[in-house]
Ligand binder design. Structure first.
Ligand code: GDP
Ligand code: ZN
Length: 448
């Protein structure tokens, strides 16, 4: 494929030892060479690094640099790539970039290098998305999920499904197109039905396990609720203090939406809308019962705080009832005070005395089933787009089951099988590498 040559600063802008500017495309080497004083880059070998200077228009020296050359296709984008390490200042890096752009090279859009790697067939779409995920990851486990995807472990799950669907399609095609070919298996209902059932089981398995992977990647939407003065703000602050945490205003929203992120042993708790908790106003009062109902509805985890030094109030009872079908942890706070209340399933803590917080954290991970993460938990699907597509493929396969139940002729549900195959392909983004027929021919040498 033919694209413009592009360039961008690859390292974060700031004062660092060095910055790296990456250039990719047919003309990467020749154009950089035209402003470089040192070895003639047009004649160097791939994967070599060269000392020299970037020159201004008047041939004076702009910066002292190291230049790495990667010749297509042995580079990240499969194109010619030059990486220029400049001095790390913001101004000098930008001046070198501007100098590069003056040669006619275009400024890369965000993610364009990964996009090229994808379009040039170096990586599939799942891998391209994984690169973005690594950049945006908020904890180590999210990086681990993305790395699994980057190393094709996620793609392999989809590839395996795809290949099984394709085998069925191929065998049905053989039956239709070469009826005289006696050795071929006749794809009767009896043969297809159990295979589709197995596939559906496999897909369901992936979907169930993906919930965990998704929580690992995106964090767990958590709300702390409880009536005024039970200790919500104190608990939030205790959690924030103990763990590495970020509290941020979301840009473009009003001040009263404040989200906090708590990193619990690699699992991010995303505490939604903590404004009411963090200010001196009380949660229920400030956000109202309607908004807390909504918060409860959207939450993936609810921390319901009660005060064990007083009897249950009608408000407590209402909140207990509102949350009874949610994933929740009931917290009995103020265990340092004389007890008036004992709730069976509650985790007793005293935020004041810093007692029970660690037990609570363990309970949170346990309740979410994120306490003993296995290696395989990281390579299911974590991306909404992938999950959506997989569900579509599942629907298509369910239509096949339907058609079999209605005793429709085999060739009729070929359409649904093909739809399933296509949808799975869309996850990997590889529909562009050729249509079904091409893959059929390369994989199964049909009609030889
Ligand atoms: P919120 O209204 O639910 O956010 O409650 P706050 O966190 O603002 O706490 C209300 C009051 O309870 C404050 O005076 C806290 O110091 C106090 N408090 C919070 N946690 C404890 C605790 O574990 N024990 C005791 N004795 N007091 C607490
Ligand atoms: Zn409060």
């Amino acid at each position: 494929m033919q694209f413009d040559t592009i360039a961008a600063i690859a390292t974060p802008l700031g004062t660092a030892g060095i910055s790296v500017i990456r250039v990719s495309g047919d003309e990467a080497i020749s154009k950089v060479n035209s402003i470089f004083k040192g070895k003639n880059l047009n004649h160097v070998q791939s994967h070599t690094i060269h000392y020299g200077h970037i020159l201004n228009k008047d041939l004076s020296i702009l910066d002292e640099v190291m230049v790495s050359v990667f010749i297509a296709p042995r580079s990240f984008t499969k194109e010619n790539v030059v990486e220029i390490s400049t001095h790390g200042g913001i101004l000098i890096t930008q001046l070198v970039l501007e100098r590069i752009l003056e040669t006619g090279i275009k400024l890369a859009e965000p993610g364009e290098f990964s996009k090229r790697a994808f379009l040039n067939g170096r990586i599939d779409l799942v891998q391209a998305e994984a690169i973005m995920d690594i950049i945006h990851a908020t904890n180590e486990n999210a990086i681990k999920v993305a790395n699994k995807a980057l190393h094709k472990e996620t793609s392999a799950l989809i590839d395996s499904l795809k290949s099984k669907v394709l085998t069925m399609i191929a065998q049905i095609e053989v039956n239709i197109d070469y009826p005289e070919y006696d050795d071929a298996i006749v794809m009767s209902h009896e043969i297809i039905y159990p295979r589709v059932v197995d596939l559906l089981e496999e897909i369901n398995h992936i979907l169930i396990h993906s919930k965990k992977t998704q929580l690992i990647r995106d964090g767990v939407k958590t709300v702390i609720i409880g009536r005024p003065n039970v200790g919500k703000s104190s608990l939030l602050n205790a959690l924030l203090n103990e763990e590495r945490a970020i509290v941020s205003d979301i840009e473009g929203t009003t001040r009263d939406t404040i989200d906090a992120y708590i990193n619990l042993q690699g699992v991010t708790l995303h505490l939604v809308d903590t404004a009411g908790i963090r200010t001196s106003n009380d949660f229920i009062e400030s956000i109202g019962i309607d908004r807390s109902k909504k918060a409860i509805k959207d939450a993936e985890l609810i921390l319901l705080v009660l005060d064990t030094s007083v009897e249950l109030t009608p408000e407590d009872l209402e909140l207990l009832e509102l949350t009874q079908h949610k994933t929740r942890i009931i917290i009995g706070n103020k265990s340092d005070l004389p007890r008036k209340l004992k709730i069976q399933q509650a985790i007793d803590i005293s935020v004041l005395k810093k007692e029970g917080i660690e037990t609570l954290e363990k309970e949170i991970l346990k309740t979410l089933k994120l306490d003993n993460l296995l290696d395989k938990d990281f390579n299911y699907l974590s991306n909404m787009r992938h999950i959506q597509k997989l569900k579509e493929a599942k629907n298509a396969l369910e239509s096949v089951i339907d058609a079999i139940a209605k005793e429709m002729p085999v060739d009729l549900y070929l359409i649904d099988l093909t739809r399933a195959w296509n949808t799975l392909g869309e996850i990997l983004g590889n529909h562009q590498y050729g249509d079904l027929l091409t893959e059929l021919f390369t994989k199964f040498c049909l009609g030889k």
